[in-house]
Structure formats: structure tokens, C-alpha cells
Design a protein around this ligand. Structure first.
Ligand code: ARG
Length: 577
């Protein structure tokens, strides 16, 4: 099954085709007008010019056609408004039939992808030895949500953390360990100290930098001693990262990094040279990627520096080969800061030119995102101007969530452990929802007070509403799925009933553009619509048994949809609150 607007679109497409109008104009959507009509199609206006007809005349033809054809038992009213809108109101019987189908559908009408298709998602992207900061937060939150969505859509979704573990910073650390003549066990605390020290020294001193470069090169060439030490501090680093990601509820299927591309690099460069795609330039090796018709000049992708070291673009290109070999994906989605768009454009072009990712086999997508800003509109910092570490941020959100729970007198009679668990879930939900609800491309302002509020468009509000609906269902003694032989629609529940049929459209739209905020919008609207329904309707106290069961089924459906969406967004609903 599909959403009601999708079903109406199919009907409208048939009508358009029968009248020799372009079917792609036949899209039916939920009406933007708050009152009155339920759905609308604006296709008459879009078709007018080519058909050389007045849009109202076209709309009239469509309406007449639909009234004549057998689909007419669907429409309570179908009429023309303004310059040629086709306005649709459905018969309650049709709405009821649709909802009965929805109540027994396992996937809410959401279609499933063909079996056996893999999608690799590249997110997180922390760098070894450096503390994870809020810059990696957005990538993790959005990436993990997209991974969950791809999985639900039926793809074999593979989340890869793609650590920065292969560049000059590795050589900086290794050479620093040399200078310290260090031979003991490396700890996270040590790394946190060594790296900034080494990096500053390298910036200030050319000779020190030369040592770092040399060590990087040796590591990349497979030096035994360096590889051993490197592996050691990588493992230490990963342990630290895992702790943070676990606390966030962000999951990775693979803990690979730039270094995993290494075995592919030499062959790749030789092949690109043979094909004449990679050329020498001032001692370096580059791939020109500019094309006719480029609006901006696109610089070449650099594969090797003049000292022979590989770069970010080299490992990214070779990583595509590695992923193709391991997973043969139909798509790779990179959830990385929008400011890296040029880098990805270069890598994607080189991948296509070289046949590493042939256009019709692998789709490469850069799902970029904007910055998380402080109240001053500049990238978010701690009070003393430093970069806030992820663990500080999480604990800040938890604390604020605890305060909010106290203010709202929630989670009162619980023991310490349960309260802490709830504060954690509320805090994480606040952080994630505040991030995901924005179109990912946009910057947003980090506002801990607003995002933790139990009112308004926030994660905590949605958790709270879900818990309330769940407890209502518990009170009514409803556990399993309610299927209604008879379903009654009334004025007070029609809006919620109609909205519940629209999830597939929103899910599809969110998948199409890699935009979880579409699901956030839908979840919020659903929670609000539920609130008015709840305020206007008798539910448990309803004496008409059919109506009571219909309404309980709506409650249950609302809960199921909210919990699906929240889980897709990576938020956990507490048992109670
Ligand atoms: N480590 C990089 C950074 O911190 C992000 C990696 C993104 N993924 C990629 N395949 N380039 O900026």
C-alpha cells in the first residue's frame, strides 16, 4: 500500500493520461490550506501552456473525467478553486477502508527496496589521537540516522567510521615518540598531550616537520617498528571513540580508516597513469578533473606530493576501490561537512573518469551539512573559546535534561538509576533532534535551553508524547495490534486519520534527498495532531464500541509511527517518565 496522496496521484495520473495531459504533472499532495479541502493537485496550471488551454478549463476536464469514471465513489467532493487548483475531499468510507489496510500493514505502507542491494555510509570521520569534537557530532548524528533509514528501506546498509589514521598527524606522533625515546604503553591521556605538542612543534619548526614527514612516509611504506606503535595507539584511540559513540547511540558496522585503502593505492596510481589520466606536474602526480561547461574552475585532484606521500584525496579514491571489493555497493553516501564539497567533487569525478566508480554502477553522494554555531553565530565553542569535546557536550545535555525533568516533575518516584537512564535518553534525544530537525545544509544555533524543553519542536517533547500515548494504551489494556473490522471516522478524528496515512510519502522524500528533517517535521506534526485529537475526543470513556476501538487503533498507530520515526532518528523512548 502507499500513502493516500500517493494513491490519489496514481488515480490522477490515469486521468491526466486519458486526457492527453502529461502524467508527471498529476501529483496530488496534502492540501496546504488548513481547513476545508484535504488534498490538491496543481497540475492543471502546469499543463496549461503546452496544452494551449486555460488552466481552469483543463481542471474542469479532469474533474469531469474523474466524476464519470468509477473512481467517483472515492470523492466526497472534487472541485476547482482559484486559477485551476483541483481540490479533493475524500469519502469517509474510503478513508476508513484505507486505515483498515494501514492497521494491518507491517511497514505502514512504506515500500521495500529490492533484495541484495548494499549502500555504504561514510560518517563520523574522527581523527586518531585528536579529541572528538562537536564538528564530528553532526556527521555522526545525521549519518547514523541515514544508516537506520536505509536499513528500514530494505537496503543492506553499512556504516563505516572512516577514521583519519593515515596522514601526517600519524608521523607527528611517531616522531614525537622517537624524540621522547618512549617505549612504554601508550594511553589515551598521553596521546591527548603528545599530538598537540607535536603538531605545534611541527608548525613552528621546518626540521621538526621534516621528521614527521619522514616518519609518515616510513609508516606508509610498511616500516615494522612504526606499524607496531601505530597499531597500538590506533587501538587506544578507537577504544576512546567507541565510548563516545556508544553513549550517543551511534552505531558503526565497520571501524575502517584511511589506512585500509593503502593496499589499493599503488595499483590505482599505476592504472591511472597507464590510462593517461594521472600525470606528472612539478614533481607531484595529479588527475585533471575539469570538464567543459564547468562554471567554476575545478583544480586537479592531487594523488602524490613531490615527496611521494599520499593525500586525503588519494585515500578517498582508493577507499572506493576497497568498498567496491568488500561490498559492491550501489551507492556510497558521504556525510561530511559541506565545506569539503570541492574535495568530493574532485574525488567523484576522478572515480568516474577512471572507471573506479562507473556512473551506472555506483552512485556517489556527498550529503553535506552546515555548521553548529554558538549564540554569536560563530562555530560553537566552550566558554573559554576552546572546542568542546563530545563527552562534555553529552554530559551537559544530560544535566540539563535532569533539571528539566525536575522542573516538569517527571520521573519523580523512581530510583536513582532509572532517573539517570531517563535523563540520558532525554539528553541524547534533545541533542539529536535539535540537529536533525534542520535541513542538513543549513547552519544552526546550539541552544541547550531550547533543545531540552518539553514544549515545542524538541526531542524531549516527542519522547514525552510517546510515553503518554503508551501509558494510555496500557491503561486501556491494549497490547497487540488492533485490527478493526469496522472503522468509524468522525469530525474529531478525521485529521489524525488522514495524517497517519501519509508516512510513506514523508519517508520516501526523506530518503530521496537524504534529509532526516522531513521525518522530524512529520513526527512533530503527528504529535501535535494527536494532542488535538486527544483533547477533543472521548477515547477510553467512549460508549460507542466501534468508535472506541477505532480511536484506540488510532492511538496505537500513532504510537507505532512515532516510535518507528524516533528509532530511525536514533532516539530511545523511555518505558515511563
Ligand atoms: N577525518 C575527516 C575530517 O575530520 C572526515 C572524513 C570524512 N570521510 C571521508 N571519506 N573523507 O575532516
Amino acid at each position: 500500500m502507499s500513502s493516500l496522496s500517493q494513491k490519489l496521484t496514481f488515480i490522477m495520473e490515469d486521468a491526466f493520461s486519458a486526457l492527453d495531459l502529461p502524467a508527471e504533472n498529476a501529483r496530488v499532495s496534502v492540501s496546504a490550506q488548513a481547513q476545508g479541502t484535504q488534498f490538491q493537485c496543481n497540475g492543471a496550471m502546469a499543463s496549461a501552456k503546452a496544452a494551449r488551454k486555460n488552466p481552469r478549463e483543463i481542471a474542469q476536464n479532469v474533474v469531469d473525467h474523474l466524476k464519470d469514471s468509477k473512481s467517483s465513489d472515492i470523492f466526497e467532493d472534487i472541485s476547482i478553486g482559484g486559477p485551476g487548483f483541483i481540490n479533493i475531499t475524500l469519502k469517509d468510507a474510503y478513508i476508513a477502508d484505507n486505515v483498515k489496510e494501514l492497521l494491518t500493514s507491517e511497514r505502514f505502507g512504506i515500500a521495500s527496496a529490492p533484495q541484495g542491494q548494499s549502500i555504504v555510509l561514510d560518517y563520523g570521520g574522527p581523527n586518531i589521537a585528536k579529541a572528538m569534537h562537536v564538528g564530528h557530532l553532526r556527521s555522526s548524528i545525521i549519518g547514523d540516522a541515514l544508516r537506520r533509514m536505509c536499513l528500514y528501506a530494505g537496503y543492506n546498509a553499512i556504516g563505516d567510521v572512516h577514521m583519519g589514521d593515515w596522514g601526517t598527524p600519524m608521523g607527528m606522533i611517531l616522531s614525537e615518540l622517537d624524540l621522547m625515546k618512549f617505549d612504554g604503553e601508550i594511553t589515551m591521556e598521553m596521546l591527548a598531550e603528545i599530538y598537540p605538542k607535536a603538531s605545534t612543534a611541527c608548525k613552528e619548526d621546518k626540521e621538526r616537520m621534516a621528521l614527521a614527514r619522514d616518519a609518515t612516509k616510513k609508516l606508509q611504506e610498511g616500516d615494522g617498528e612504526y606499524t607496531k606503535k601505530w597499531r597500538e595507539f590506533i587501538d587506544v584511540s578507537i577504544t576512546g571513540m567507541k565510548k563516545n559513540f556508544d553513549a550517543m547511540g551511534v552505531h558503526f558496522d565497520e571501524w575502517k580508516g584511511e589506512s585500509d585503502a593503502h593496499p589499493f593505492i599503488e595499483g590505482m596510481i599505476n592504472d591511472l597513469r597507464d590510462k593517461g589520466l594521472a600525470i606528472e606536474s612539478e614533481g607531484a602526480v595529479i588527475v585533471p578533473v575539469a570538464q567543459d561547461g564547468d562554471k567554476k574552475e575545478l583544480p586537479p585532484l592531487m594523488l602524490l606530493k613531490s615527496d611521494g606521500a599520499v593525500l586525503y584525496g588519494t585515500t578517498d579514491l582508493a577507499t572506493i576501490m576497497e568498498r567496491k571489493k568488500s561490498h559492491n555497493p550501489i551507492k556510497i553516501i558521504y556525510i561530511v561537512d559541506q565545506r569539503q564539497s570541492l574535495h568530493f567533487e574532485q574525488v567523484f569525478r576522478a572515480a568516474k573518469l577512471s572507471g573506479i566508480a562507473p556512473e551506472n554502477e555506483i552512485e556517489l553522494v556527498h550529503a553535506g551539512f552546515g555548521t553548529m554555531n554558538g549564540a554569536d553565530g560563530k562555530p560553537f565553542k566552550t566558554r573559554d573559546g576552546g572546542v568542546m569535546r563530545l563527552e562534555e557536550l553529552i554530559s551537559m545535555a544530560e544535566k540539563k535534561a535532569q533539571t528539566r525533568l525536575d522542573e516538569a516533575e517527571l520521573a519523580k518516584d523512581m530510583d536513582e538509576a532509572e532517573r539517570a537512564g531517563i535523563a540520558h535518553k532525554v539528553g541524547i534525544a534533545a541533542l539529536k533532534f535539535a540537529d536533525l530537525q534542520n535541513n542538513r545544509i543549513a547552519d544552526y544555533i546550539f541552544d541547550i535551553d531550547r533543545m531540552t524543553s518539553f514544549e515545542g519542536k524538541t526531542g524531549p517533547y516527542l519522547l514525552y508524547q510517546s510515553v503518554r500515548i503508551k501509558s494510555l494504551l496500557r491503561k486501556a489494556g491494549v497490547s497487540d495490534g488492533i485490527a478493526c473490522d469496522e472503522f468509524k471516522v468522525t469530525d474529531d478524528d478525521r485529521a489524525l486519520t488522514l495524517l497517519l496515512s501519509e508516512l510513506p510519502s514523508h519517508f520516501d522524500a526523506a530518503m530521496k534527498n537524504y534529509t532526516p528533517h522531513i521525518l522530524c517535521d512529520y513526527a512533530f506534526k503527528l504529535a501535535q495532531e494527536f494532542s488535538s485529537f486527544y483533547g477533543n475526543c472521548h477515547i477510553i470513556s467512549e460508549r460507542d464500541e466501534v468508535l472506541k476501538l477505532s480511536r484506540l487503533a488510532l492511538c496505537q498507530q500513532t504510537y507505532k509511527q512515532l516510535s518507528l520515526i524516533l528509532s530511525l532518528l536514533g532516539m530511545e523512548i523511555p518505558e515511563r517518565m
